[in-house]
Write a protein that binds this ligand. Structure first.
Ligand code: AMP
Length: 122
């Protein structure tokens, strides 16, 4: 799937639409999810144009990958989530219900997050 530079996170990166920013560095931007699923629900996105984890892991440079995942850890730590625990998750493609086609990691924290995965239907 080619990268669509009109996706909502591309617009946030270009500051064409606002976000509730919590972190930024050379590699990543992090902001609050607009529809939180936990008391803390943050999104971390790379600055580069990658559709999903599949694209990012195949095509990003070593520096982009290292910088991005260091940022994910820093965002969770800065949010105070490292002590009691957090979950990070990235949806890729149809079966994972990825909605926004710019690679992003969700960070969930602030309560017991329950079991790892639940089946939508058989
Ligand atoms: P995914 O299903 O993994 O693609 O998740 C996309 C996430 O982006 C959802 O949790 C949405 O609530 C969130 N989202 C969509 N638009 C915005 C926005 N403008 N600002 C913050 N979060 C957003």
């Amino acid at each position: 799937m080619p990268y669509d530079d009109q996706n909502v996170f591309a617009k946030i990166l270009r500051a064409e639409i606002p976000c509730d920013k919590v972190y930024e560095d050379d590699w990543a931007l992090a902001f609050k999810d607009i529809s939180p699923k936990a008391p803390t629900h943050l999104l971390v996105i790379p600055r580069g144009a990658y559709v999903s984890m599949d694209d990012f892991s195949a095509h990003a440079s070593e520096a982009e990958i290292a910088g991005f995942f260091r940022a994910v850890g820093a965002v969770a730590r800065d949010a105070g989530a490292a002590a009691d625990g957090y979950r990070f998750l990235a949806n890729h493609g149809r079966d994972a219900h990825q909605e926004v086609p710019h690679f992003h990691v969700h960070i969930f924290a602030g309560r017991d997050l329950g079991g790892m995965i639940r089946r939508a239907k058989d």
